[in-house]
Ligand binder design. Structure first.
Ligand code: F6R
Length: 568
């Protein structure tokens, strides 16, 4: 998380501010910039977002600027902890994305009065203590640092050095200068370079020199990197709303790409292909759970794991398994670490990602892209639907089934949850989402969406499990949203709902069946089974959005969260 950006050339302040605006999705606890002026380093910081930073830096003209937008890891959200961070002598300033895992140990050996609680201040002082040129100092300090990092260091003499490990950093050169950024979308310049792990660079008079971890100069080729991620032009009040409305276009684009391009046949499968393991975090984990069901339904054994557990777990890795790592951003630290672990064993790895050129794509052997377009809102919506859809299409391809038609997708309704029920749910402090089979997986995702943007305490549970404990929580202060699209188990769900009703719990049912007409029913259309997780999650995404709005929260900027989770 955290976005870093630097510009060295004409209009540097504007370029960095424009870059930070794009990078704000990586964290918005605070932001700031530092620049060289009158032979010393100055900084401007704010807790009020990039627009405020732009106001505060109006009229400033300088050709060397580094900037940062923060998702707090070490230290509270205060101006003192906001980046950029200075060394004790004020001769160096640094922006940093990542975590110095051994910062406490390193801090003990640096005898200064620290002004912040950040690991970054430790890092920049560690650099200052080293000897040699700035590039030599940065490289030797980095060797002492444990953990992932991307940094840009600026000296009062106008020297610039950057480096990275396990978190992205890109450079570009253009007519006006050199740009550095955590995300290609925030770069300004035509020729783009992707820094590798433990690689460093120095920038002098628009000239870039690259170095490896031993300080040896290396040659890096500029890469052809797709910067064009359409959609999300924000045609509605919030990004989240715009993105839900883009779902159908995104699904159609994904289907057309798979039909017209040789994407599936390029995926490297294991020799005696028997099973699939899916690894992901958050919403992507929920789409993986649905995906596992698709693979099982064609006779391929499949399991989904939360990446932060998988990477330290006891899973027995096997040559006949395809390991699929699912991630919208392709930057999630735990997912990438899990993929590296499997790749190191030379097993088949597949990245299912929505961001071209992301780190995860570089780690895995094969890539299955989704074409949801850029997703800005922290809560993932259209990307989730595309992940579910892609996993289905891939399973259909493996089973030799015909892929669905664009006409079918065009019929998917972008159904709002009825206003009256939204208002009802917004009043409760406890919301349960229940369902069985695939509907249980949809319940998990619906519950995550609701809690992350409306801060309502919500639990999702397989409805058959309720009476084994959780039912104790159900009373007149809670509301239950039941999802029913699985014909096989609809009667079973009904019995579970009766049990809830008997305990005074209020119930709303989202279903494609008329059987629930005696309940407060939100009726959805029936489509082929594989499409039902998509058809049913859309109104539930709207539900979360409208409840958040009703409670006066900005759904695009939920507290404590960021779009891209680059720390473990
Ligand atoms: C929730 C949400 C997160 C992400 C998770 C993984 O709405 O978006 O739970 O799904 O942080 O992110 P990616 O998919 O980028 O790996």
């Amino acid at each position: 998380m955290c976005g870093i950006c630097g510009y060295f050339g004409a209009e540097a302040v504007k370029k960095v501010c424009d870059g930070l605006k794009i990078l704000e999705y990586r964290g918005y606890d605070s932001c700031g910039l530092a620049y060289v002026g009158d032979g010393k380093i100055n900084s401007i910081k704010t807790l009020d977002g990039v627009d405020e930073l732009i106001k505060k830096s109006e009229g400033l003209s300088t050709e060397m600027v580094i900037g940062h937008t923060r998702w707090a890891t070490h230290g509270a959200v205060t101006l003192n902890n906001a980046h950029p961070h200075f060394s004790a002598s004020k001769k160096l300033v640094m922006v940093h994305n990542g975590i110095v895992e051994n910062f406490k140990e390193l801090k003990k050996n640096i005898d200064i009065d620290f002004y912040s609680a950040t690991d970054t201040e430790v890092f920049v002082n560690l650099i200052e203590k080293e000897s040699g040129s700035l590039i030599e100092k940065v490289i030797s300090a980095s060797k002492k640092v444990k953990g992932a990092f991307a940094i840009i260091v600026l000296s009062e003499r106008g020297e610039v050095v950057l480096g990275k490990r396990e978190t992205p950093l890109y450079l570009s050169t253009g007519e006006k200068g050199v740009c550095v950024s955590s995300d290609v979308l925030a770069l300004d310049g035509e020729k783009i370079y992707a820094l590798g792990d433990d690689e460093f660079a120095s920038i002098e008079n628009s000239k870039i020199l690259f170095f490896n971890k031993n300080g040896k100069k290396i040659v890096k080729k500029c890469e052809k990197i797709e910067k064009n991620m359409n959609f999300s032009q924000i045609s509605f009040k919030t990004h989240m709303e715009s993105e839900i409305f883009e779902t159908k276009t995104a699904l159609i684009k994904t289907l057309k790409k798979y039909k017209n391009e040789d994407i599936f046949s390029l995926i490297k499968l294991p020799k005696n292909f028997k099973s699939v393991v899916l690894v992901a975090c958050g919403t992507a984990y929920h789409s993986s759970l649905v995906g596992a069901e698709f693979f099982k339904s064609i006779g391929i054994d499949a399991r989904a794991y939360v990446a932060s557990e998988f990477r330290y777990g006891r899973e027995i890795l096997s040559e006949d398994t395809l390991y699929i790592f699912v991630s919208q951003s392709g930057e999630t630290a735990d997912t990438i670490a899990s993929a590296k672990l499997v790749r190191a064993r030379k097993l088949c790895t597949l990245a299912l990602t929505n961001t071209p050129n992301c780190l995860l794509n570089r780690v895995c052997k094969s890539v299955l892209p989704t074409f949801a377009g850029r997703e800005v809102a922290v809560a993932s919506t259209k990307a989730y639907c595309c992940q579910v859809f892609s996993l289905y299409l891939f399973s259909a391809y493996l089973a030799g089934k015909r892929l669905p038609t664009v006409q079918t997708l065009k019929k998917i309704p972008l159904l709002e949850f009825p206003r009256e029920q939204v208002e009802d749910i917004a009043k409760f402090e406890k919301v349960f989402f229940v369902g069985r089979e695939l509907d249980h997986l949809t319940a998990l995702e619906a519950s995550l969406k609701l809690k992350e943007i409306s801060y309502i305490n919500s639990v999702a549970i397989a409805s058959g499990e309720l009476k084994h404990g959780t039912l104790a929580l159900v009373d007149e202060t809670s509301i239950v949203v039941a999802i029913s699209t699985e014909k096989r188990v609809k009667e079973k769900l009904r019995s579970n709902l009766e049990e809830i009703k008997a305990r005074g719990g209020k119930i709303i049912v989202l279903s494609c069946f008329d059987d629930f007409a005696d309940y407060d029913l939100v009726k959805i259309e029936k489509f082929a089974d594989f499409l039902m997780p998509i058809v049913s999650i859309i109104p539930l995404q709207f539900l979360a959005l409208r409840v958040a709005e009703q409670r006066g929260f900005n759904p695009d900027r939920p507290r404590n969260l960021a779009k891209s989770v680059t720390v473990e």
